[in-house]
Design a protein around this ligand. Sequence first.
Ligand code: GLN
Ligand code: ZN
Length: 763
Amino acid sequence: MVKSSVLGFPRIGANREVKKAVEAYWAGKLTAEELTKAAADVKKASWTAIKERGVDLIPSGDFTLYDHVLEHSLSFNVIPPRYQGHNLSDLDVFFAMGRGRQAAGVDVPASEMKKWFDSNYHFVVPEVSEETDFKLRRNHVLEQYNEAKALGIETRPVVLGPISYLVLSKAAKGAKAGFEPISALPKLLPVYTELLAQLKAAGAQSVQVDEPILVLDAAAARAAEYASTYAALVKVAPPIVIATYFGRLDSNLEFAAKLPVAGLHIDLDRAPEQLDATIAAVKSTSLVLSLGLVSGRNIWKTDLTAAATLAGKAVQALGSDRVIAATSSSLLHTPVTLASEKKLTSEQRDWFSFALEKCAEVATLASVLNGSQDAKVTAALEENKTSIAKRREFERTSDDAVRKRVAAITPEDLKRKNPFEIRRKAQEKLNLPKFPTTTIGSFPQTKEIRQARAKLTKGEITEAEYDEFIKKEIELVVRFQEKVGLDLLVHGEPERNDMVQYFGERFNGFVFTQNGWVQSYGSRYVRPPIIVSDVSRPGPVTVQWSSYAQSLTSKPMKGMLTGPVTILNWSFPRVDVSRKTQSQQLALALRDEVIDLEKAGIFAIQVDEPAIREGLPLRRVDWDDYLTWAVDSFRLSTAGVEDSTQTHSHFCYSDFNDIFPSIQRLDADVISIEASKSDMKLLSAFQQYGYSNSIGPGVYDIHSPRVPGDQEIKDRVAAMLELLSPDLLFINPDCGLKTRGWKETEASLENVVAAAKWARATY
Ligand code: GLN
Ligand code: ZN
C-alpha cells in the first residue's frame, strides 16, 4: 500500500499561539511551565489535525519554540562557552543562543543566523570546534515522539541528519585555523546512535532523517561519510528514510541510492525531472521511494491527477509497498490553514492549499494510488480537477499592457547614465560628510503603530486619521534622527506592516491572506503575499510619505522601496509564469516609483534586495541564469534616475562568495550589508574582489535587544577601515530597526554616531 506522509508542519499554531507565548515568556509574563503547556497545546492540535486528514506518517520532533537546528545544538550539547556558566535553565540557554541575552549581569549576543537553503526561514548556525563536547544532553525528538504517543498518536520522528548538521555548522571562534566542522563527525556519531536507539526502544516504526545537503554540490565530496555513517546508524535505529528537499540529487543520487537505509525522499515539486533517474537507481535495491508531490514551499493546490500520474510511474516500477506520497519538504514554509481565511473570494480560495489542506492532498493521493473506490476519494479528486481547470482558465486572462512593456525592455533601460565615479561627484549635492551615518529604513514598530493599523483595518478610525497618525510618527522619527545626529535620514516606514506586503497591497496582481503567517525566524513571522496575475502599479505608493518626511528637515531623506527580486522571493509566486517574468513586471512597477520619488525631490533612494542572495539556486550550474535576470531586474528598477540621485541597496545574510561580480553589476551607488556577526571575512572578500562603489557594512546586530558598546563599534569601524577605502565607507546598523524598542535604538544609534565622529577625527 502507498502510504501518505508529511515531512514537517508549521510550529507557530493556527493563531500564532507560539509567538504569543514565547514573547510573553521573554517579557516575564508567562512561566516556563505555562510556556511548555502552550507549546503542548499547539503540538496536540497539529498532530490531531494531521491525523484527521488521514495522513499515515505524521511528523514529530520538528516542533520548536525558536528553531529546529538550535534544538539539535542544545540536545547535542553544542553550546558555545559564552552561553555557559550563567546559571540559566536549558530553556533560557536555548533562547540566549537564539536571540542573545542582556539581563542581570549576563550580556551575550545572539548566535549567527543563516537562511535555510533558498527559503526565507533562518536557522541558528551551530558552532563547532575541536573542543566541542558532544553528548546527548536531552533527546528532544524522543520527547516529542512520546508526547504524541501519550495522546494516542503514532508519529514518525524527524531528525536533522548528522552530515547536514555539520555541513551547516561553522567553525567556532577559537577553533584551529582550517578546522572544518565535518571533521567532528566521528565524535557526533555516538550522539546520533544514542538518540536513534532511544527512538527505537520507544517503539518508533521508522524515522525521517533529513539530509537536505544532498541536493547541494557540496555533498558530492561526502559520499564516503554518508556510506559509513548510515551503515553505522541503521544498526541501532528504526528504519531510516533519508529526506532530501528543495532541489535535485543529480550526481549525489548515485551514492544516496546505495545507502543501506529503508527509504529515500525526493522533492518532485522543485525537481520533477529527477523521478525517472531515481526510480532507475533504486529499482534493484529495497529502498522505499518517498515522492515529494505536494509542495512544501508554495500554496497552490496540487494538481492531483497530474501528481498521481507522475507517482504512478514509481508505483508501476517499484510496487505500491515501496512508494510513499508525501509533501515535498516540511510544510513549515506554508501557512497553517485556509480555513481561517474569510476575505479571499471563493474563486481565489479555490486556487490554494495551505498546510492542513496539503495534508488532505497527500492522503487523497495515496488513496488514489492505491486504487481506492471510496466515494469521498473520488469526490475529492473530481473537485480537485474542477479547481485546477478553473485556475488554468483564469491564467489565460492577462494584462496585455504589462506583457507588452516587459517585451519592450531594452538594454538601455538597465543602464545608469554614467559610471559610479562620475555619479559620485554629482551626488556631492547631498552634502554628506565623510563616513556618512544612516539606517536601513525602519524604526521601532511600536504597539501604538500596530494598534492604529488594526483600528484602520477594523474601521475604527478613518483613513485621514490614520494618515495623521503616521505623519506624527514620521515626524518623531525625523526629529529623533536629527537629535541623535544621523546624516542621511529615513522616514522610518511606520506606514508599512511589512516591506513586501506593503507593496503587494498597492500593486495589481497580488492577493493577501488574513492569517497566512509563516515563520521567518524565532518569533518573527511573515505573511507572504500571493502573486496571482500580472503585476503593475496603479499609482505612486511611497512618494507622499517620503516627501512629507523631506519637508520636515534640511538633511537629505532616503526614499525606501523593496526590490523586485525580494518582493518575488518573499511572496508565493505564480507557477504558470516564470520567476524572471514576474520579477521584470515588478521591476517596471518599481522603476516608475523610483522616478516619481526623484521628481518629488528625494535624491537618495534605497531599493532593498535582502532576498537576492537567498534566491540563488542551490546548484551552481543554475546560478548564471538566475543572477542575470535578478541583477537586471534591480537595474531596471533603479536605472531611470539622474547621476545626482544616489541609489542604495541593502542585503541581509550576505554570503557573497562567488557572486561579487553580480553585486558589482547591480551598480548601486551605496550598498549596506549585514556584517556585524560575520567577522571581517565578508569585508576582506569585498576588498579582494575590488568592489568599487560605496559600502556600509553593519556595525551592530539588530536582531537582538542588546546595545552595542561605544568602543565595540569604534573597534569594528577601525577593523573595517583596514579593508575598505575611507572615501567609500558608510556607517549603519546591520538591518532595519522595526523589531527593536526605542530605548535600545537610541542608545545604539548614539554609539554609532559617536563612532562616526571618532572616525572622522581619526582617519
Ligand atoms: N528597509 C527595510 C527595513 O529597514 C529593510 C529590511 C530588511 O532588510 N529585511 O526594515
Ligand atoms: Zn536587512
